[in-house]
Every structure is written in structure tokens, then in C-alpha cells.
Design a binder for this molecule. Structure first.
Ligand SMILES: [Ca+2]
Ligand SMILES: [Ca+2]
Ligand SMILES: [Ca+2]
Length: 269
């Protein structure tokens, strides 16, 4: 379902700087900073949903995800290799909501902007941001919601979804406003963020996204299990000739012999 390539999003001359930046933050992955005027080279953007969302663009120095198609959930995500959260895992988004509402069709509740963390044990929580409220959602077969009413429009706010033991909390501009017990469920390993178009009118600007507390795998350890071996090779060969971002180790837009050479050079690491 990938619709975007790293090639189209990352100016090649700046890729090296991004790689260095990613390597220097051992417990941070998925870092995007609009002040750099760049999409992150270490994030593999993937559009998910029946209707593919358009590529994110820059507006006024921030990333604009939407507006996306009407009537079908569609959003940009990064699907990560299998991982388990380190204690204190968190995702922080600096977002300005331009338009969105919220939608309830029990047990599912959605808002226009969505941040989701789920690890391979099923540990799960999601933050939904609408123009008039935010929701903390945990998945434990049923959805449970904590709601905080606020006007999210007109200004950028810092939203932080943070795990601590069995608790997940939401902070807005540094102040805790919601908390709940961490959910569990069958959700795939994912970090998702972006506009959700289920409402048809979700648009926002994003200044930065930082994901913390996940294992920092070596570049060729595609399944993030601590070594580079046949299972990783299988992933790479399965993506051969495509623009699959996770397997495109040098982010030049094609999975080919260059990437294979990099993987073989790190074999067993
Ligand atoms: Ca591996
Ligand atoms: Ca392995
Ligand atoms: Ca490549």
C-alpha cells in the first residue's frame, strides 16, 4: 500500500546529515522537524487506507498531511519492524488543527488527527485530536476513551502520548490532561500519525514528530530482532525492485544490489 518513496521526499544532498542525526539519537527514531524544511529521512512514509492520501506537503514551514479523501479512513503512517517499548516510550507531536471533528460509532471513536503507538506485545494507545477535544484511546477488545475538551485550533500545541509502566498519559503543552491503563490488543506494530479522513474534513499542520523509547536497530536489521540474517534478507528480497522504504537502505528509491551489499556488509551484526 505504499504510495510514497523516500526519494521523492528527501533531497539527496541532505540525506547524509539526516542519517547522522538519526544515528546520534540512540533512543529516538522517527524524528521530523519542520524547522529543517525537510521530511525525515529515517521515516518511511506509508499511506494506509482504501483511499490513498496525497503526499504530505509543506505549508508555512509545517507539514500538511491533508485534506484526504472523504468517507474512508486514510492517513499517513510509519509501520515499524517488530519492537517492544522501552520504559518511557513516547510520541510527541506539535500540531495545529485547521479543521476536524470527531466521530463516534461505538465502540470506535475517531478524530481528525491521530497519533498511535503499538508494540509487538499488543501494548497500545492512541491519541485523537479534533478541533474541540482530544481523546485517549486504549484497545482492550473494547475501546475505552478519556476525553479532554479544548480548542485545538488557532495555535500549535505540543501533544505527548507517553507510556510509564502500565499507564499511558497525555500531556498538552507540558501539562497532563488525560491518563488511562495501557491497552492490549491485536493491533500490528505501528507508529501512526497524520490526518484521518474518516470525517472528510481533517486538515492540520505538523511542526514536529518525535518517537522515543524504541529499540534502535542497525540499518539492515529489518525485523529489528538484534541481528542481520536470513530473515532480514527475506524481507529485502521480497521488496526487490520496489521502492519499499524499509528495505531501501540507502533511500535512493529502489531496493537493489546496493542495498543488498549494505546488508551483506553488516551480516551477523
Ligand atoms: Ca534481523
Ligand atoms: Ca534474525
Ligand atoms: Ca536503494
Amino acid at each position: 500500500m505504499r504510495s510514497l518513496t523516500c526519494r521523492s521526499l528527501v533531497p539527496g544532498g541532505l540525506l547524509a546529515a539526516l542519517v547522522v542525526a538519526a544515528a546520534s539519537s540512540a533512543d529516538q527514531i522517527g524524528t521530523y522537524d519542520a524547522s529543517l524544511g525537510l521530511l525525515p529521512g529515517d521515516i518511511c512514509w506509508t499511506a494506509v487506507g482504501a483511499n490513498q492520501a496525497p503526499p504530505p506537503t509543506f505549508v508555512d514551514g509545517a507539514l500538511k498531511h491533508g485534506q484526504t479523501s472523504y468517507g474512508t479512513s486514510s492517513y499517513f503512517s510509519r509501520a515499524l519492524p517488530p519492537y517492544l517499548f522501552a520504559d518511557g516510550a513516547a510520541v510527541t507531536a506539535v500540531v495545529k488543527i485547521q479543521s476536524s471533528t470527531w466521530y463516534a460509532s461505538n465502540p470506535f471513536k475517531r478524530t481528525g488527527y491521530y497519533v498511535n503507538l503499538a508494540d509487538k506485545s499488543g501494548k497500545f494507545a492512541a491519541l485523537g485530536i479534533a478541533s474541540d477535544r482530544i481523546l485517549l484511546q486504549t484497545l482492550d477488545q473494547n475501546w475505552s476513551d478519556q476525553t479532554y475538551l479544548m480548542d485545538t485550533t488557532n495555535a500549535f500545541h505540543t501533544y505527548r502520548l507517553a507510556f510509564s509502566g502500565s499507564t499511558v498519559a497525555v500531556f498538552v503543552d507540558g501539562r497532563q490532561v488525560l491518563s488511562d491503563t495501557v491497552g492490549s490488543g491485536a493491533t500490528p506494530n505501528q507508529v501512526i500519525f497524520g490526518d484521518v479522513s474518516i470525517l472528510g474534513a481533517s486538515t492540520s499542520l505538523t511542526k514536529s514528530i518525535v518517537v522515543e523509547g524504541l529499540p534502535d536497530c542497525v540499518v539492515a536489521d529489518l525485523d529489528c530482532d538484534g541481528d542481520v540474517d536470513g530473515s532480514d534478507l527475506g524481507v529485502l528480497l521480497g521488496a526487490w525492485g520496489t521502492d519499499a522504504c524499509e528495505a531501501d537502505l540507502n533511500k535512493d528509491g529502489t531496493v537493489d544490489g546496493i542495498d543488498l551489499g549494505t546488508m551483506l556488509g553488516l551480516w551477523g551484526a
